[in-house]
Design a binder for this molecule. Structure first.
Ligand SMILES: Cc1cc2nc3c(=O)[nH]c(=O)nc-3n(C[C@H](O)[C@H](O)[C@H](O)COP(=O)(O)O)c2cc1C
Length: 335
C-alpha cells in the first residue's frame, strides 16, 4: 500500500490506542512486523497552546519512522495549526481522529462527533490539507449511530479534499465496541473511493486479517485489542511454531518489551505500563489471577522485571515432564 509517497509494506499494522500505543509498544510491534506506526490521539488544541505534557505524548524515536501522528479536535484552525506543528516536528503522516467514542471527546465535537457534520468535516479536511505537505489520513467509524451510517459518504468527501488514505472501524459511535464489527461497511468504503483503505475491527490473528482483506478488499488491516498481550500477532511466522517454541518466543518478546519500557519511559510511568502489559501477557495462563495480583504488588520496575525473568521460565518448567522428556503440549498451549 502507498500512502501518498510513503510505501507501507506488510498487511497488518498496530492501531492507535490511547495509553497503550506509546514508543515501547509501537517499537515492539514494529520489530514484530507491524507495517506502520501511529501515535495515540493527541489534542490539537493542547499542541497549539504549547502544552509540554502533550508534546511529550506526541514524542517518538527515529527508529519508529515512518510515523503517523494522530490529532483530534473540532476547530478547523486548531487542527490545521496542530498538523503543521507536527509536520515540522518530523511526522511523516498526519492522521485525523474521527472515531473516538469517549464522551469527554465527543461532547467537544471531536472524535466520532465529526462524522455527524459532513460540511464541517469537509472544511476540516481542506484546512488540514492546506496546512501540510506530508500525507494526510483519517480514521473513521461507520457513522454516529445506526440511523446515520455515512462512512462511504465521508470517505468520498475526504478523497475529494485530498485525503491520502482512510482507516475504517465500522462500528458506529453508539455501538462503541459491542457486537460484531460489520465488515461490510469497510467493503462499502473500499468501493466508494480509489485511495487506500485500511480495515479495522475484531482482527485477532493473521487468519482473521486475511479473511478481512478477502471480504472487504481493503489494502491493509489495523489491529488494536488483538495485539494487547499478544504483539506476536504481527509476526506471521509465530503461528507455525510449536507450543514449546511459542512459549520461548513469548519469553523473548515480553522481556524485550519490559526492557523497552524501562529504557524509554520515566520510572513512574514505566511501572504503570509494565503492570498493565504484564496483566495482559499473563491473562489466560495458569494461575493468572494470582500472578496478576502479584504483579500489582511491585513498587519498582527493576524488581518487577526480575520477577518476570524467573516467573515465566518457572511456569514453563512446571509443565515439563522430565520422566518422559515430553512437553505437555496441551497445557503449554494455554500459556
Ligand atoms: C484502549 C484503547 C484506546 C484507543 N485509543 C484510540 C486512539 O487514541 N485513537 C483512535 O483512533 N482509536 C483508538 N482506539 C480504537 C482502536 O484504534 C480500534 O479502532 C478499536 O480498538 C477497534 O479495533 P480492534 O477490534 O482491533 O481492537 C482505542 C481502542 C482502545 C481499546
Amino acid at each position: 500500500m502507498k500512502i501518498g509517497s510513503i510505501e507501507v509494506k506488510g498487511l497488518c499494522r498496530l492501531a492507535p490506542m490511547a495509553g497503550v500505543s506509546n514508543t515501547p509498544f509501537r517499537l515492539l510491534c514494529k520489530e514484530l512486523g507491524s507495517s506502520l506506526t501511529t501515535s495515540e490521539e493527541i489534542s490539537a488544541k493542547a499542541l497549539v497552546h504549547g502544552s509540554e505534557k502533550t508534546f511529550a505524548l506526541a514524542g517518538y524515536l527515529p527508529e519508529e519512522k515512518p510515523i503517523a501522528i494522530q490529532i483530534f479536535g473540532s476547530e478547523p484552525e486548531h487542527l490545521g495549526e496542530a498538523a503543521a506543528i507536527m509536520e515540522q516536528k518530523g511526522a511523516d503522516i498526519i492522521d485525523l481522529n474521527m472515531g473516538c467514542p469517549v464522551p469527554k471527546i465527543t461532547k467537544t465535537g471531536a472524535g466520532s462527533a465529526l462524522m455527524k457534520d459532513e460540511k464541517k468535516a469537509a472544511l476540516i479536511f481542506q484546512t488540514i490539507r492546506k496546512s501540510i505537505q506530508v500525507p494526510f489520513t483519517i480514521k473513521i467509524r461507520g457513522g454516529w449511530d445506526d440511523h446515520t451510517i455515512n462512512a462511504p459518504q465521508i470517505a468520498k468527501i475526504a478523497q475529494e479534499e485530498g485525503v491520502d488514505a482512510i482507516a475504517v472501524h465500522p462500528r458506529t459511535r453508539s455501538q462503541q465496541y459491542t457486537g460484531k464489527a460489520p465488515w461490510e461497511i469497510i467493503r462499502q468504503v473500499v468501493e466508494a473511493v480509489s485511495i487506500p483503505v485500511t480495515g479495522n475491527g475484531d482482527v485477532r490473528s493473521w487468519e482473521d486479517a486475511l479473511r478481512m482483506q478477502e471480504q472487504t478488499r481493503c489494502q491493509s488491516v489495523m489491529i488494536g485489542r488483538g495485539a494487547l498481550g499478544r504483539p506476536w500477532v504481527f509476526d506471521q511466522s509465530f503461528e507455525v511454531l510449536s507450543s514449546y517454541e511459542q512459549h520461548q518466543r513469548k519469553f523473548q518478546i515480553i522481556s524485550r518489551h519490559l526492557t523497552l519500557i524501562r529504557d524509554h519511559m520515566p520510572e513512574k510511568f514505566a511501572l504503570i505500563q509494565m503492570k498493565k502489559h504484564l496483566g495482559w501477557y499473563i491473562s489466560g495462563t495458569q494461575n493468572a489471577p494470582e500472578s496478576r495480583a502479584k504483579v500489582f504488588t511491585f513498587q519498582n520496575t527493576s524488581d518487577l522485571q526480575k520477577w518476570f525473568l524467573e516467573y515465566w521460565p518457572e511456569s514453563f518448567r512446571k509443565l515439563y515432564s522430565p520422566t518422559t522428556s515430553a512437553f505437555k503440549e496441551e497445557s503449554l498451549s494455554a500459556l
